[in-house]
Design a protein around this ligand. Structure first.
Ligand code: KIV
Length: 284
Protein backbone atom coordinates (compact mmCIF):
# COMPACT_ATOMS: atom_id res chain seq x y z
CA UNK A 1 0.00 0.00 0.00
CA UNK A 2 1.50 3.40 -0.92
CA UNK A 3 2.40 5.68 2.00
CA UNK A 4 0.03 8.63 2.47
CA UNK A 5 3.21 10.76 2.42
CA UNK A 6 4.14 9.58 -1.09
CA UNK A 7 2.81 12.88 -2.42
CA UNK A 8 5.90 14.52 -0.86
CA UNK A 9 8.39 12.25 -2.60
CA UNK A 10 9.99 13.98 -5.56
CA UNK A 11 11.54 10.74 -6.70
CA UNK A 12 8.14 9.13 -7.14
CA UNK A 13 6.60 12.33 -8.49
CA UNK A 14 6.72 13.03 -12.19
CA UNK A 15 8.22 16.50 -12.75
CA UNK A 16 5.05 17.40 -14.64
CA UNK A 17 2.88 16.68 -11.61
CA UNK A 18 1.06 19.68 -10.22
CA UNK A 19 2.32 21.33 -7.01
CA UNK A 20 1.20 20.01 -3.63
CA UNK A 21 -1.68 22.00 -2.10
CA UNK A 22 -1.52 21.93 1.70
CA UNK A 23 -3.85 23.77 4.11
CA UNK A 24 -3.28 24.57 7.77
CA UNK A 25 -6.52 24.17 9.76
CA UNK A 26 -7.88 23.07 13.10
CA UNK A 27 -11.35 21.47 13.03
CA UNK A 28 -13.31 18.53 11.65
CA UNK A 29 -15.84 20.15 9.26
CA UNK A 30 -13.16 22.36 7.68
CA UNK A 31 -10.87 19.35 7.28
CA UNK A 32 -13.64 17.39 5.52
CA UNK A 33 -14.42 20.37 3.30
CA UNK A 34 -10.75 20.85 2.31
CA UNK A 35 -10.34 17.12 1.53
CA UNK A 36 -13.52 17.22 -0.59
CA UNK A 37 -12.03 20.27 -2.35
CA UNK A 38 -8.92 18.26 -3.32
CA UNK A 39 -6.26 19.37 -0.81
CA UNK A 40 -3.25 17.01 -0.89
CA UNK A 41 -2.25 17.32 2.76
CA UNK A 42 -3.46 19.04 5.93
CA UNK A 43 -1.41 20.65 8.66
CA UNK A 44 -2.63 21.20 12.20
CA UNK A 45 -0.49 24.28 12.64
CA UNK A 46 0.42 26.07 15.84
CA UNK A 47 -0.85 29.15 14.00
CA UNK A 48 -4.02 28.14 15.89
CA UNK A 49 -2.54 30.31 18.68
CA UNK A 50 -3.05 33.52 16.71
CA UNK A 51 -5.93 32.39 14.55
CA UNK A 52 -8.43 30.67 16.86
CA UNK A 53 -7.09 30.77 20.43
CA UNK A 54 -6.66 34.53 20.73
CA UNK A 55 -2.94 34.62 21.63
CA UNK A 56 -0.52 37.23 20.24
CA UNK A 57 1.82 34.55 18.89
CA UNK A 58 2.31 30.80 18.69
CA UNK A 59 4.52 30.52 21.78
CA UNK A 60 1.57 29.96 24.16
CA UNK A 61 0.21 26.97 22.24
CA UNK A 62 0.77 23.72 24.14
CA UNK A 63 0.89 20.07 23.12
CA UNK A 64 -2.61 19.39 24.53
CA UNK A 65 -4.13 22.03 22.24
CA UNK A 66 -2.39 20.59 19.17
CA UNK A 67 -3.41 17.03 20.13
CA UNK A 68 -7.03 18.10 20.72
CA UNK A 69 -7.29 19.78 17.31
CA UNK A 70 -5.35 17.02 15.55
CA UNK A 71 -7.99 14.54 16.71
CA UNK A 72 -10.72 16.78 15.31
CA UNK A 73 -8.97 17.23 11.95
CA UNK A 74 -8.27 13.50 11.62
CA UNK A 75 -11.96 12.71 12.29
CA UNK A 76 -12.92 15.27 9.66
CA UNK A 77 -10.60 13.68 7.09
CA UNK A 78 -12.02 10.23 7.82
CA UNK A 79 -15.56 11.54 7.23
CA UNK A 80 -14.60 13.09 3.88
CA UNK A 81 -14.62 11.68 0.36
CA UNK A 82 -10.79 11.33 0.64
CA UNK A 83 -10.11 9.62 3.99
CA UNK A 84 -6.41 9.00 3.20
CA UNK A 85 -5.32 12.64 3.03
CA UNK A 86 -2.29 12.90 5.34
CA UNK A 87 -2.53 14.98 8.51
CA UNK A 88 0.72 16.51 9.76
CA UNK A 89 0.78 18.10 13.23
CA UNK A 90 3.00 20.89 14.52
CA UNK A 91 5.19 20.27 17.53
CA UNK A 92 4.59 23.48 19.49
CA UNK A 93 7.13 25.73 21.20
CA UNK A 94 9.09 23.95 23.91
CA UNK A 95 7.77 20.49 23.05
CA UNK A 96 10.95 19.31 21.29
CA UNK A 97 13.61 21.15 23.28
CA UNK A 98 13.61 19.14 26.51
CA UNK A 99 14.77 15.66 27.45
CA UNK A 100 14.44 12.66 25.15
CA UNK A 101 11.62 11.27 27.24
CA UNK A 102 9.72 14.58 27.05
CA UNK A 103 10.10 14.70 23.27
CA UNK A 104 8.95 11.08 22.95
CA UNK A 105 5.93 11.74 25.22
CA UNK A 106 4.94 14.85 23.27
CA UNK A 107 5.31 13.19 19.86
CA UNK A 108 3.31 10.22 21.13
CA UNK A 109 0.38 12.47 22.09
CA UNK A 110 0.16 13.80 18.52
CA UNK A 111 0.54 10.39 16.90
CA UNK A 112 -2.11 8.89 19.18
CA UNK A 113 -4.39 11.76 18.12
CA UNK A 114 -3.95 10.51 14.54
CA UNK A 115 -1.17 12.61 12.96
CA UNK A 116 0.99 10.62 10.57
CA UNK A 117 3.92 13.03 10.58
CA UNK A 118 5.16 15.94 12.70
CA UNK A 119 6.60 19.34 11.82
CA UNK A 120 9.06 21.34 13.86
CA UNK A 121 10.80 24.67 13.37
CA UNK A 122 14.48 25.47 12.87
CA UNK A 123 17.63 23.64 11.89
CA UNK A 124 19.79 24.22 14.96
CA UNK A 125 21.35 21.62 17.21
CA UNK A 126 18.20 21.00 19.26
CA UNK A 127 15.95 20.72 16.21
CA UNK A 128 18.36 18.24 14.59
CA UNK A 129 18.55 16.21 17.79
CA UNK A 130 14.75 16.05 17.97
CA UNK A 131 14.51 15.04 14.29
CA UNK A 132 17.00 12.24 14.90
CA UNK A 133 15.03 10.97 17.87
CA UNK A 134 11.67 11.17 16.07
CA UNK A 135 13.02 9.30 13.04
CA UNK A 136 14.41 6.65 15.35
CA UNK A 137 10.87 6.29 16.76
CA UNK A 138 9.63 5.84 13.19
CA UNK A 139 7.97 9.27 12.95
CA UNK A 140 8.28 11.10 9.60
CA UNK A 141 9.37 14.71 10.14
CA UNK A 142 8.82 17.91 8.19
CA UNK A 143 11.17 20.85 8.80
CA UNK A 144 10.33 24.56 8.75
CA UNK A 145 12.84 27.33 8.01
CA UNK A 146 12.83 30.98 6.97
CA UNK A 147 10.49 32.93 9.19
CA UNK A 148 9.81 30.61 12.12
CA UNK A 149 6.94 32.06 14.19
CA UNK A 150 8.03 30.25 17.39
CA UNK A 151 11.18 32.46 17.41
CA UNK A 152 9.19 35.67 17.22
CA UNK A 153 10.24 36.76 20.72
CA UNK A 154 13.91 36.64 19.67
CA UNK A 155 13.89 37.48 15.94
CA UNK A 156 11.51 40.08 14.62
CA UNK A 157 12.67 39.82 10.99
CA UNK A 158 10.07 38.27 8.78
CA UNK A 159 11.28 38.10 5.18
CA UNK A 160 14.59 36.27 4.99
CA UNK A 161 17.24 35.43 2.40
CA UNK A 162 17.41 38.90 0.89
CA UNK A 163 21.21 39.10 1.21
CA UNK A 164 23.80 36.65 -0.14
CA UNK A 165 24.98 35.50 3.35
CA UNK A 166 21.40 34.99 4.53
CA UNK A 167 20.56 33.05 1.35
CA UNK A 168 23.57 30.84 2.01
CA UNK A 169 22.47 30.29 5.62
CA UNK A 170 18.99 29.20 4.48
CA UNK A 171 20.45 26.83 1.88
CA UNK A 172 22.71 25.29 4.54
CA UNK A 173 19.74 24.88 6.90
CA UNK A 174 17.72 23.13 4.18
CA UNK A 175 20.63 20.82 3.43
CA UNK A 176 21.03 19.97 7.13
CA UNK A 177 17.33 19.13 7.41
CA UNK A 178 17.52 16.94 4.34
CA UNK A 179 20.63 15.20 5.69
CA UNK A 180 18.84 14.70 9.01
CA UNK A 181 16.10 12.80 7.15
CA UNK A 182 13.14 15.21 6.80
CA UNK A 183 10.68 14.22 4.07
CA UNK A 184 9.77 17.85 3.43
CA UNK A 185 10.35 21.39 4.59
CA UNK A 186 8.19 24.48 4.89
CA UNK A 187 9.95 27.55 3.48
CA UNK A 188 8.29 30.57 5.08
CA UNK A 189 8.70 34.21 4.06
CA UNK A 190 11.92 34.20 2.06
CA UNK A 191 13.18 35.68 -1.21
CA UNK A 192 11.74 33.52 -3.96
CA UNK A 193 15.13 33.03 -5.65
CA UNK A 194 16.37 31.31 -2.50
CA UNK A 195 13.29 29.07 -2.25
CA UNK A 196 13.73 28.14 -5.93
CA UNK A 197 17.41 27.25 -5.43
CA UNK A 198 16.63 25.18 -2.34
CA UNK A 199 13.87 23.37 -4.27
CA UNK A 200 16.32 22.57 -7.08
CA UNK A 201 18.97 21.32 -4.73
CA UNK A 202 17.08 19.08 -2.28
CA UNK A 203 15.20 15.84 -2.83
CA UNK A 204 12.72 16.46 0.00
CA UNK A 205 9.60 18.41 -0.97
CA UNK A 206 9.60 22.16 -0.35
CA UNK A 207 6.30 23.70 0.70
CA UNK A 208 6.26 27.47 0.42
CA UNK A 209 4.35 30.16 2.27
CA UNK A 210 5.50 33.58 1.13
CA UNK A 211 8.35 31.91 -0.76
CA UNK A 212 7.27 32.30 -4.39
CA UNK A 213 5.91 29.86 -6.93
CA UNK A 214 8.91 27.59 -7.52
CA UNK A 215 8.42 25.38 -4.45
CA UNK A 216 7.11 21.82 -4.77
CA UNK A 217 3.93 22.94 -3.04
CA UNK A 218 2.21 25.73 -1.17
CA UNK A 219 0.56 26.03 2.23
CA UNK A 220 -1.88 28.66 3.46
CA UNK A 221 -3.83 28.95 6.68
CA UNK A 222 -7.54 28.20 6.11
CA UNK A 223 -8.70 31.39 7.88
CA UNK A 224 -6.41 33.46 5.61
CA UNK A 225 -7.45 31.86 2.33
CA UNK A 226 -11.13 31.97 3.24
CA UNK A 227 -10.85 35.62 4.33
CA UNK A 228 -12.25 34.79 7.76
CA UNK A 229 -10.11 37.28 9.66
CA UNK A 230 -10.78 41.02 9.78
CA UNK A 231 -8.19 43.49 8.51
CA UNK A 232 -5.77 43.56 5.62
CA UNK A 233 -4.19 40.18 4.84
CA UNK A 234 -0.40 39.71 4.64
CA UNK A 235 1.15 40.12 1.19
CA UNK A 236 1.74 36.36 0.81
CA UNK A 237 -1.96 35.57 1.30
CA UNK A 238 -4.56 35.36 -1.45
CA UNK A 239 -8.14 35.49 -0.16
CA UNK A 240 -10.47 33.20 -2.11
CA UNK A 241 -13.59 34.35 -0.25
CA UNK A 242 -14.73 37.28 1.85
CA UNK A 243 -15.57 34.95 4.74
CA UNK A 244 -15.44 37.59 7.46
CA UNK A 245 -17.92 39.85 5.69
CA UNK A 246 -20.29 36.97 4.87
CA UNK A 247 -20.25 35.69 8.47
CA UNK A 248 -20.60 39.18 9.96
CA UNK A 249 -23.72 39.69 7.87
CA UNK A 250 -25.07 36.28 8.91
CA UNK A 251 -24.53 37.05 12.62
CA UNK A 252 -26.16 40.50 12.23
CA UNK A 253 -29.18 39.03 10.46
CA UNK A 254 -29.63 36.42 13.20
CA UNK A 255 -29.44 39.03 15.98
CA UNK A 256 -31.87 41.34 14.16
CA UNK A 257 -34.35 38.53 13.46
CA UNK A 258 -34.31 37.36 17.08
CA UNK A 259 -35.03 40.90 18.23
CA UNK A 260 -37.77 41.42 15.63
CA UNK A 261 -39.22 37.94 16.41
CA UNK A 262 -38.84 36.89 12.75
CA UNK A 263 -36.78 33.97 14.03
CA UNK A 264 -37.78 31.30 14.87
CA UNK A 265 -40.74 31.01 12.50
CA UNK A 266 -43.31 28.19 12.23
CA UNK A 267 -41.00 26.14 10.06
CA UNK A 268 -38.39 26.13 12.84
CA UNK A 269 -40.83 24.84 15.47
CA UNK A 270 -42.86 21.70 16.31
CA UNK A 271 -46.54 21.39 17.25
CA UNK A 272 -48.60 18.98 19.30
CA UNK A 273 -51.51 17.37 17.47
CA UNK A 274 -54.85 19.10 18.15
CA UNK A 275 -56.02 16.01 19.98
CA UNK A 276 -53.02 15.90 22.30
CA UNK A 277 -53.26 19.62 22.95
CA UNK A 278 -56.94 19.31 23.92
CA UNK A 279 -56.13 16.32 26.13
CA UNK A 280 -53.37 18.31 27.81
CA UNK A 281 -55.55 21.43 28.25
CA UNK A 282 -58.31 19.34 29.83
CA UNK A 283 -55.99 17.63 32.30
CA UNK A 284 -56.97 18.51 35.85
O1 KIV B 1 1.35 26.91 12.02
C1 KIV B 1 1.12 26.91 10.79
O2 KIV B 1 -0.02 27.01 10.34
C2 KIV B 1 2.28 26.77 9.92
C3 KIV B 1 2.08 27.02 8.47
C4 KIV B 1 1.72 28.40 8.18
C5 KIV B 1 3.25 26.55 7.68
O3 KIV B 1 3.34 26.50 10.39
Amino acid sequence: MPSPLQIFSKKSRDASLSPIAMISLYDAPTAALCCDAGADALLVGDSMGNVILGYDNTVSVDIEAIAHHTGAVVRGVKSSSRPDVPVIADLPFGSYHGSESEIVANATKLLKAGAIALKLEGAGERALRAIDLLLEMGVPVMGHIGFTPQSVLKFQTTVQGKTAPDAKRLMNEALSLEKAGCFGVVLEAMAQEVAAQITNKVQMATIGIGAGSDCDGQVLVWHDLAGLLPGKPFRFVRQYAKGHQVLLEAARSYVNEVKSKEFPSLENAWNMTDEERRRWENEP
